[in-house]
Design a protein around this ligand. Structure first.
Ligand code: N5F
Length: 399
């Protein structure tokens, strides 16, 4: 059969739509014996299966028609109220439930980015956010990070150089670098947002996953203390309950949320009602929910420590890394000149995988970096997988 020339029929914006590196690697890693540190997959052994089964039965029995009918775009009211009540001075009307924070990022792009508009991102930043924003054709400005994440001086310089639609930032256990921003920087960022009248999009997917210590206030909370209106806040049930539910939330100034709601009407009408009701059933039992989060923290902390040991044992001395205090990722920096895409090819031969760092950089840098996720692997898998990666790495460094 003759193949049709479809390429000329695609919209120009599709030139900026590419397959997600993470999703492509996930396809490779399904074979037996493969040990993958690629996807930031929450630990499936911690999904609260029984609770979810019970709650599903209960919802279908008592509110089945409501759970399976079309519902409002804004989201299930009790869940919106639960989100609002956990944030300072926030009304339920400021909460939009979305189908994963990934959808939240897409909708934010849709309502805030014009072609050529400047969008400030960390270097590196979450590659899924770049995928979400790309079709809206922003001009990215990449801001460097250090041990404590985004540096406010770099942000101010970028803001002085020109207006921007928003800054996209992950202050807590940044994906991919694992960095945790301190309180002073958080305050500085919020003050800069006010001074330069720029919106901050705060992606707080990993907020609950700290190993010890007290959580730091979010940028959203700090901005609320000063009167609010400058931060659009995203968080998700993916990392504490289960990502397959696709339930997350966007919170922000009323007019922005209203635009997002209208954009969502064109995207999927509303997020699955049954899943929203399920999430609410689970989180409303505060003691149980805290216990669930604590189990995740303890498990990830152990897995992180095993990965640290394995890295110390098996990585060549030229390789550096950041040891996270929470979240799911180690971020590795190899010597300049080592191409982590080529390393991935060799690692796959050794039946292990990671995500190469370059797709996390809007400016195409970071070739010698890579991300490892420890959330889903056992002690043995971490030890064996890092040993394989170390072998692949040493082979590359010798040549
Ligand atoms: O709320 P949800 O499940 O849509 O999570 C999307 C998301 C939003 N923001 C940040 C900072 C995230 O890290 C994520 C999820 N990222 C994972 C990762 O590996 O970086 C999941 C991707 C898994 C996949 O593509 O299958």
């Amino acid at each position: 059969m003759e193949t049709q020339p479809y390429e000329p029929r695609f919209a120009a914006r599709t030139q900026r739509i590419q397959a997600s590196t993470i999703r492509e690697i996930l396809k490779l890693t399904q074979s037996p014996g493969f040990i993958s540190f690629a996807g930031g997959l929450p630990a499936a052994d911690l999904f609260p299966l029984e609770r979810i089964a019970e709650a599903t039965q209960h919802i279908l029995r008592d509110q089945g028609a409501q759970a399976l009918q079309y519902s409002t775009t804004e989201g299930y009211p009790p869940l919106r109220a639960w989100v609002a009540q956990r944030l300072p001075r926030t009304a339920p009307e400021q909460v939009q439930i979305v189908s994963g924070s990934q959808q939240g990022l897409d909708l934010i792009g849709k309502v805030l980015i014009d072609p050529g508009a400047r969008v400030l991102v960390e270097a590196p930043t979450y590659l899924g956010a770049l995928s979400a924003f790309n079709p809206y054709e922003p001009e990215y400005v990449s801001l460097p990070i250090d041990e404590e994440g985004l540096e406010p001086g770099a942000l101010e310089a970028a803001l002085q150089a020109g207006a921007a639609r928003f800054l996209y930032v992950m202050p807590t256990f940044q994906n991919p670098s694992g960095r945790l921003m301190g309180l002073k920087r958080r305050q500085a960022l919020v003050e800069l947002a006010r001074k330069y009248r720029v919106l901050i999009v705060e992606d707080d997917a990993y907020a609950e996953l700290y190993f010890s210590g007290r959580p730091l206030p979010t940028l959203y909370a700090l901005d609320q203390e000063l009167g609010g209106g400058n931060v659009i806040y995203l968080s998700t049930a993916s990392k504490t309950l289960a990502p397959g539910l696709r339930v997350a939330w966007v919170v922000g100034p009323g007019p922005v949320i209203q635009k997002i709601t209208h954009a969502k009407q064109g995207a999927d009408l509303h997020s699955p009602t049954l899943n929203q009701m399920l999430v609410y059933e689970l989180v409303k039992e505060e003691a149980w929910y805290q216990g669930q989060i604590q189990r995740i923290r303890t498990t990830y902390q152990a897995r992180c420590a095993w990965m640290l040991e394995a890295l110390q044992r098996h990585m060549p001395k030229e390789v550096g890394w950041h040891t996270p205090q929470g979240g799911m990722f180690f971020w590795l920096t190899a010597p300049e000149g080592l191409d982590s895409l080529e390393l991935l090819r060799r690692a796959v031969e050794e039946k292990t995988a990671f995500v190469p760092g370059q797709p996390f950089f809007a400016d195409g840098s970071g070739k010698n970096t890579l991300r490892l996720s420890y959330s889903s692997a056992s002690h043995e898998e971490i030890e064996e997988g890092i040993k394989r990666l170390g072998r692949a790495m040493k082979r590359m460094l010798v040549v």
